[in-house]
Design a protein around this ligand. Structure first.
Ligand code: PLP
Length: 483
């Protein structure tokens, strides 16, 4: 396959005021290098020819040639026979992709460790009562074998009714209960993908899904996004150029950026996915976590693209320990999804399904308390970051459980090493990148910590940032488990 390409017209707005600096070639080279390191131009992309870029930017040919030469010298560009100038990530900028979820190895200096690796909350009040009520229901199921590969009918009916109420008519035959949203992604990958198939994913993305899809043999194709959301021109061009078999997307309070895809973008993306016959795997794990209860949520992406497997789960709304999720798919995909599921597990625990069914009946009360806790933590974090680290930039998200901060220097991994020593465990931006890079970003979850703990955490992060800037610590660090 020839590499995906970026036209001069699409590159031009990304460069901003790069050419205002002197010399202009250096400004252009620096701007391109940052775009690559931040994942805005994914590795493997072919840049416009020198001639096209010269014309589009209205600069001299020498400016573009020298900028490209500098990028080549610094390991960001390769000239390939017949393919032009293709972006690569040098070791220095690539960061480190997780080889799998691992436990944190923190050697903190003072105080208890504040773990900011998981965008998840503790179980809500009333969880034990929900288990007790579920236990009363359990005897009705004990006479059966306990194997329900599709899930308990009562739960599937409740989930189907939820989809229908959100603008996506669904019946119980289109719903399968899974052992978490990630298991839903794994089932979709097994059912739909063959080794070598391309899968488009937002970059940054949820790392465990990236790992799951990669391990099924799929080849990831990055769709760059930021806290400002999706660029539909780029999405359409990426689909057209790479015709991926599937696209894994998190349009609802995207993890890690928090972005919410607006209705009109969903419609446009749905059309583009249809044109390339790409199956969407849409992860709605965070969909219920709007911070403002009055926010009108757009209809699910599946309402705009029928060939969509929508996955969701109880982990963020209720509790990760339930390990219950679901998927919803068009009827004709269900048999292959069931077959794939049977290669992973034979069903989800009956008891936890009954607990989820019970909790769904108390959803509004639980969500109200969740929102309040999340917004309190979010506001504390935003205030503390603004005062302690005023040159960090971020957009306050409308929902979800994390903030995607842009650092003034590409030091996310050294920062997390320094933060470990200060007793705060963080996942660096590069852990969320599809192709490496993103060292200028840091995901900070706000998941119900009290404002005092947030203030303590940000003070330690600010000290760690000073350590990172002055001494760039590079100790060995295993990527933490993230959620
Ligand atoms: C986007 C996304 N998908 C899936 C998951 C995992 O969900 P589950 O615990 O239901 O497997 C998470 C957890 O962080 C997530 O953020």
């Amino acid at each position: 396959m020839s590499p995906r390409s970026l036209s001069a017209a699409r590159l031009r707005p990304l460069l901003g005021a790069a050419l205002d600096s002197s010399p202009a070639y250096r400004g252009l080279a620096d701007a391109l290098r940052l775009l690559v390191a931040d994942g805005r131009i994914p590795a493997g992309t072919r840049l416009p020819s020198e001639r096209d870029l010269t014309t589009a930017l209205g600069v001299s040919r020498t400016t573009v040639s020298r900028a490209y030469a500098e990028l080549r010298d610094r390991g960001y560009l390769e000239s390939r026979q017949g393919s032009g100038s293709v972006v690569v990530l040098p070791g220095e900028a690539a960061g480190r992709r997780s080889g799998g979820p691992l436990q944190p190895t923190s050697d903190q200096l003072d105080g208890p460790v504040i773990d900011l690796t998981c965008a998840s909350m503790s179980a809500p009040p009333g969880t034990v009562a929900a288990y007790e009520r579920a236990l009363e229901q359990l005897p009705r199921y004990l006479a059966g074998t306990g194997y329900h590969p599709l899930g308990l009918l009562a739960l599937r009916e409740a989930l189907a009714a939820d989809f229908t109420a959100r603008g996506l008519p669904t019946d119980a035959e289109q719903v399968m209960v899974t052992s978490g949203a990630l298991a839903g992604v794994a089932i979709a990958a097994r059912a739909l993908l063959s080794p070598g198939d391309r899968v488009m994913l937002e970059s940054p993305t949820y790392p465990n899904a990236l790992e799951t899809l990669s391990r099924s043999g799929a080849r990831p194709v990055a769709l760059p996004i930021g806290a400002e959301g999706w660029d539909l021109d780029t999405a359409e061009a990426t689909l057209r150029q790479t015709a991926p078999r599937a696209a894994y997307l998190v349009p609802d309070f995207h993890n890690p950026t928090g972005a919410l895809m607006p209705q009109e973008q969903r419609a446009r993306l749905g059309r583009a996915l249809g044109q390339t016959r790409t199956v969407a795997i849409v992860d709605e794990t965070l969909v219920e976590l709007a911070h403002d209860p009055g926010l009108v949520m757009p209809a699910p992406l599946a309402a705009h693209h029928a060939r969509t497997v929508t996955v969701g789960g109880a982990s963020k709304t209720f509790w990760g320990g339930l390990r219950v999720g679901w998927l919803r798919a068009p009827r004709d995909l269900m048999p292959s999804l069931v077959t794939a599921r049977l290669t992973l597990d034979l069903g989800s625990p009956v008891m936890e399904q009954l607990v989820l069914l019970d909790l769904l009946g108390h959803r509004d009360t639980i969500l109200e308390a969740r929102r309040e806790a999340v917004v309190t933590t979010r506001d504390a974090l935003v205030g503390d970051l603004a005062s302690q680290l005023p040159d960090w930039r971020f957009t306050v998200p409308q929902g979800g459980l994390c903030l995607w901060a842009e650092l003034p220097e590409a030091l996310s991994t050294p920062l997390t090493v320094a933060a470990d020593r200060r007793g705060v465990v963080l996942a660096p931006g590069s852990q969320f990148a599809v192709d490496g890079g993103m060292e200028r970003f840091l995901r900070i979850p706000f998941t119900g910590h009290s404002p005092e703990v947030v203030t303590d955490a940000v003070q330690r992060i600010a000290l760690a940032w000073q350590d990172a800037v002055t001494s760039r610590p590079s100790g060995r660090r295993r990527p933490p488990l993230v959620a």
